[in-house]
Design a binder for this molecule. Structure first.
Ligand SMILES: C[S@@+](CC[C@H](N)C(=O)[O-])C[C@H]1O[C@@H](n2cnc3c(N)ncnc32)[C@H](O)[C@@H]1O
Length: 343
């Protein structure tokens, strides 16, 4: 049996990628499987929102540093794994993928706000993301942020108020904060009061789908379909599917086996900590992920950096000799998926 140290140090000779995943999967299969649904896991996953904000701040995502400075991350509040250090920061290998995921999602949301007359954005599981604040600063849209912790609405709106004062932000749009469990739909009656009837909306989520069990993922997608079906022309924007595609690793492994193994091992360890089976959440290739969305009645259009024109990911923490090639793969692989209901 291959030990974790070999995986993490990258000293293991790995040729075919499936070996890496075989090892990671055997580890996850040996862990205690949680039959609980996402709703029950919510309390475990919520703390990931703060380390994610730390990554955004380090990557220069607008307003992230100011928002982070308003928080006092407490060690007890964050997960202490090899992925999330005791200081609550996510290991360097994950930064470029998270940054790319943020920028591509953000770029696509802005693209649709600009080019279609959609005036409402519902962000599911927004956590500590600064996106909502940046969007109401820049667009006359109604932005509804939702998440599950009971204190989310007050806590996040208080933080955003402080950031607005510090940054001198005058908002063009209206910013709302509500509790919503995206699987059980607890809290939806209040959210629906802020949604237009019969008019299109933009739905978005980031860093949520990979935490869902298969069953909860089906439930979540059916929930979104219900919201979109009664508002024709709505779009669902997410970059969450891209990092769930294992094929991504076969591309990066060609460039840097050490980086690929480390990234995969970190992800596996993170999911293990959360009690999530990697075998259950990943799609082998893009076709399987697209098929999954199509089976649920969606048409998918992919949008990447070039169409969206955002500044490229810096990748400062990547090995300098491999940086450019790794970034090319990351930028190609992690794109925003725009999902529209097929008629
Ligand atoms: C990795 S964080 C991402 C947060 C934010 N989207 C970002 O990009 O910074 C995952 C978020 O999902 C939220 N979450 C987990 N389960 C949820 C559920 N069933 N419904 C709504 N939000 C959920 C957590 O509370 C947490 O804020």
């Amino acid at each position: 049996m291959v030990c974790r140290e070999e995986l993490v140090s990258g000293t293991l000779t790995i040729s075919p990628l499936h070996k890496v995943f075989y090892m990671i999967k055997s580890r996850s299969h040996s862990m205690i499987k949680m039959s609980t649904t996402m709703a029950a896991r919510g309390n475990v996953i919520s703390p990931t929102a703060i380390p994610t904000l730390e990554v955004y701040a380090r990557c220069g995502i607008p307003l992230a540093s100011t928002l982070l400075r308003q928080l006092r991350p407490d060690e007890q509040e964050t997960l202490t794994t090899t992925v999330v250090t005791p200081r609550g920061s996510i290991a360097a290998e994950m930064h470029p993928t998270l940054e790319q995921r943020y920028r591509t999602t953000d770029g696509a949301v802005r693209h649709f706000l600009r080019h279609r007359a959609i005036a409402t954005v519902l962000e599911v599981a927004s956590g500590m993301s600064p996106r909502g604040l940046a969007i109401v600063r820049d667009f006359p849209a109604s932005l509804i942020e939702t998440d599950i912790p009971k204190d989310f609405p007050n806590h996040k709106s208080g933080l955003c108020e402080k950031v607005k004062l510090i940054e001198g932000i005058e908002t063009l749009g209206s910013h709302h904060f509500l509790g919503l469990n995206a699987v059980t739909m607890e809290g939806f009656p209040e959210v629906s009061q802020l949604l237009p009837h019969d008019e299109p909306i933009i739905l978005t989520n980031e860093g949520l789908i990979s935490y869902l069990t298969k069953q909860d993922r089906d439930t979540y997608i059916s929930n979104l379909k219900g919201i979109m079906a009664s508002r024709p022309g709505s779009v669902w924007i997410t970059a969450d599917f891209s990092p769930m595609i294992e094929q991504f690793y076969s591309d990066i492994i060609q460039i840097s086996p050490g980086y690929a193994v480390q990234h995969a091992a970190l992800k596996a360890s993170f999911m293990e900590k959360l009690g999530i089976d990697l075998g259950e959440i990943n799609f082998p290739g893009e076709q399987e992920a697209l098929f999954f969305c199509e089976r649920h009645g969606f048409k998918v259009t992919k949008m990447g950096g070039q169409e969206l024109g955002f500044s490229p990911v810096s990748g400062n923490l990547l090995p300098p000799d491999k940086r450019k090639k790794l970034l090319d793969v990351i930028e190609r692989a992690i794109t925003a998926w725009v999902l529209e209901l097929r008629p």
